[in-house]
Design a protein around this ligand. Structure first.
Ligand SMILES: Cc1ncc(COP(=O)(O)O)c(C=O)c1O
Length: 300
């Protein structure tokens, strides 16, 4: 799907107002254009309800606070914008992005002071990041030759608009014929994947890394769903060996839910197809989205 349609039909929020997508303008001097200096969050809506909206808005504010970017609206205002952008585009199942750029400052260009932050929000019909066929069989992943930027350099908890490290790793994987990269941290332990958290299942337990990751909202949801199924999650360090020898490996993200990984670095994971734990958790996750229990209704 081409998301940048230049549509006059689609409404987006930018600079304090709703405008047609093809009228949305941002200054070339905005720090997001010059330096990738901005934060964002991605939420999803299912059946006209936005899943865990409070959690996404809280994380957006925490990222902004960490980078000393002042969000132009309060949390209630940002939530109202998200719901309104859904309504204006008459969406039910949607992918929603909220961005806060540092804005345009005075000279010298690299100065982060006296900038006017810009809140941007858009919603588009829900899209799957991976073809449904590939998703059903499980994806093929490879460990990247690059390392995730360590938190000592840029805190991984900040969801910022500088994703070059992740993008380079995804390109490397895709150009090697793989669906996705697995990112190791600077010490060689599994961190995450470009846009996903990583889980393994082994002998009836789940394991997921706890450091050098974006603290994913889907990761948290999966741990809660697993606990409800009597499945404990151990948060700690994992190595490539643990991935190769797991019973199951899967990735989690808001934009996509749960993806089974069937192969890592040319080694089949378990029997080389989505396993029972991944399938159960995927099903429970979809049921939770559809139930609307932890969601905010758009249309009431
Ligand atoms: C680097 C990174 N890790 C993990 C995730 C998954 O987070 P969530 O489940 O909140 O979407 C994302 C989501 O965009 C991400 O960008």
């Amino acid at each position: 799907m081409n998301i940048g349609t230049g549509s006059s039909e689609r409404q987006v929020y930018i600079g304090g107002e709703f405008v047609a997508e093809n009228e949305a303008r941002i200054s070339i001097f905005d720090h997001v254009v010059l330096y990738g200096d901005a934060v964002y969050d991605t939420a999803c809506a299912w059946g006209g309800k936005v899943f865990k909206l409070d959690e996404h808005v809280d994380r957006l504010f925490e990222s902004a606070h960490a980078l000393k970017i002042e969000v132009p609206l309060d949390k209630a205002g940002v939530k109202a914008v998200v719901l309104e952008v859904m309504r204006r585009n008459k969406l039910e199942d949607a992918y929603i992005k909220i961005i806060v750029t540092r804005g345009v400052g005075r000279m010298p260009l690299l100065s982060p002071y006296n900038c006017k932050p810009n809140l941007i929000a858009f919603a588009i019909p829900y899209l799957s990041l991976i073809d449904s066929g590939v998703q059903q069989e499980g994806i093929r992943a490879g460990i990247s030759s690059m390392r995730r930027i360590p938190s000592e350099c840029l805190d991984s908890k900040i969801k910022c608009c500088n994703y070059l490290n992740h993008i380079m790793m995804r390109m490397e994987a895709n150009e090697a014929g793989l669906d996705e990269a697995i990112e190791l941290d600077i010490d060689g332990y599994v961190a995450e994947a470009p846009g996903y958290n990583v889980f393994i299942a082994k002998q009836g337990l789940l394991y997921t890394p706890g450091e050098n990751i974006l603290v994913g909202i889907t990761r948290q949801t999966v741990m809660e769903l697993a606990a409800a199924e009597g499945l404990e999650t151990v948060v700690g360090r994992l190595t490539a060996f643990d991935l190769y020898n797991a019973d199951e490996v899967f990735l989690t993200s808001t934009a996509g839910g749960i993806f089974a990984v069937r192969e890592v670095d040319g080694r089949a994971v378990g029997p080389g197809k989505p396993g029972p734990i991944t399938q159960t958790l995927s099903q429970k996750y979809m049921e939770l989205l559809e139930s609307g229990v932890q969601s905010t209704p758009v249309y009431s």
